[in-house]
Design a protein around this ligand. Structure first.
Ligand code: NAD
Ligand code: 89Y
Length: 380
């Protein structure tokens, strides 16, 4: 267990204690599959309820249609018209305005929370209290203490909890990690997202967030940093506010030290004017003892292992509902939701469980603290 001082409050970052609780919860759950109504999960389709039928939920709903072994049987939105539209588009029977009514009337194997971050804690805690497994969109919460409470609530209730951290589920990211296995111990990484695309058109609320690019996008790239390079021991960050239309920081550079002493640089920008706008692509460069791996523009993967150099295209498979330029992101939504359904059915802890994701959120929090104080922050 480790302690990190964050702006205005002292928090404890999750360590082995809650990870252990999560493992015990998963083991307990195997004895009572299906939550409150003890539904048999081994053969029946898992029945899900989705909360929040806004912008990004459209990708979830498309993907759930393709996921093997699970279906969405109810949707819920405070804006009942959105719930009605989603239900009629997808032939979903259950339509609700509020989560308690949905949980009271439906027999659900899981709930998928796709609302804005400030609402996540209350919704996840409520689902956990009903002893129903839960997925929650990123960022799990803005405050680490809220995220810790969510993980603790699910562990206490003995229900699986996964954060919908989809970037590591993009096919190009899996290809990078596979290739990196061949270049020896890593010494350097750079993960970069520098775009100028108008993200505020689809997500206007982002312009009002005091924590912007690190919380909204850094959470994805810092998770990728852990995915490629392992856990981190030190974080230094410089953040910049450029766009007068937005409240929070819209550029940030984060430098991390891994437990093995390697360096990783995470670059974030919502205010870049590039010759080629690459939204929503993430660029990656990793160097190891025996070579390097680079994911460049348009999913060109270049690998050097000693004297051998190869170049391949590693774009994601398109789904019938893919819309350029989102195909890799949309495929990752399908991949993570399939992973959740498989994990739930098999009693396995999902890759980005709540406990795991607390480690990513600790890096987000440390980045903000570093930017505010102008010093590096130790992650024990
Ligand atoms: P949105 O505002 O478009 O949609 C959220 C919906 O939730 C709204 O329709 C709202 O009425 C509803 N809602 C809010 N509180 C509710 C409650 N208590 N009960 C029922 N419904 C409620 O937001 P969005 O842009 O779709 O973002 C949702 C989440 O998805 C955020 O956490 C965001 O960060 C995340 N997101 C993830 C990605 C990704 O690539 N992983 C991309 C975009 C957004
Ligand atoms: O909110 C962000 C995310 O999670 O992926 C891309 C995005 O929609 C805008 O930057």
């Amino acid at each position: 267990m480790q302690a990190v001082r964050a702006a205005g409050y002292r928090v404890t970052v999750l360590g082995a204690d809650l990870v252990g609780k999560e493992e015990r919860a998963t083991r307990r759950r195997k004895k009572r599959p299906g939550g409150r109504k003890k539904r048999e999960m081994s053969t029946a389709l898992l029945r899900g309820g989705l909360v929040g039928c806004g912008f990004f939920a459209q990708n979830h709903l498309h993907a759930w249609r393709d996921v093997a072994g699970a279906e969405i049987v109810a949707v819920c939105d405070l804006d009942l018209d959105k719930a009605r539209t989603a239900a009629s588009t997808w032939g979903i029977r259950g339509i609700y305005q509020e989560l308690p009514a949905m949980l009271a009337r439906e027999s659900l194997d899981f709930v998928d929370v796709v609302t804005q971050p400030a609402t996540h804690r209350a919704l996840v805690e409520f689902v956990a209290q009903q002893r129903v497994p839960v997925i929650c969109q990123k960022p799990m919460a803005f405050a680490l203490e809220d995220a810790r409470a969510m993980v603790a609530a699910c562990a206490h209730a003995g229900v699986p909890f996964m954060v919908h951290e989809n970037f590591r589920w993009q096919a190009p990211m899996r290809a990078v990690r596979d290739a990196a296995a061949g270049i020896g111990p890593l010494s350097f990484g750079r993960i970069s997202w520098r775009i100028g695309h108008d993200i505020y058109a689809n997500q206007p609320y982002l312009a009002q967030e005091p924590r912007l690019v690190i919380a909204d996008m850094g959470v994805h790239l810092l998770d990728l940093a852990r995915f490629f390079m392992g856990e981190m021991t030190r974080v230094y960050c410089q953040a910049v506010h450029s766009d007068p239309r937005v409240v929070g920081e819209d550029q940030a550079t984060v430098m991390l030290r891994t437990v093995n002493g390697a360096t990783c640089v995470v670059e974030l920008s919502y205010f870049s004017q590039q010759a080629a706008e690459l939204f929503p692509q993430t660029l990656v460069h990793l160097e190891g003892r025996d070579g390097s791996v680079s994911l460049g523009a348009d999913f060109e993967l270049s690998v050097r292992v000693r004297d051998a150099v190869s170049r391949t295209h590693v774009g994601a498979p398109a789904h019938s509902w893919s819309v350029p330029p989102f195909a890799a992101i949309q495929d990752s939504v399908f991949n993570i939701q399939q992973h959740w359904a498989d994990s739930l059915r098999e009693g396995r802890i999902p890759e980005t469980s709540g406990a795991d994701n607390l480690r990513t959120l600790a890096l987000v929090d440390a980045a903000y603290e570093s930017a505010a104080r102008g010093t590096a922050i130790a992650i024990a």
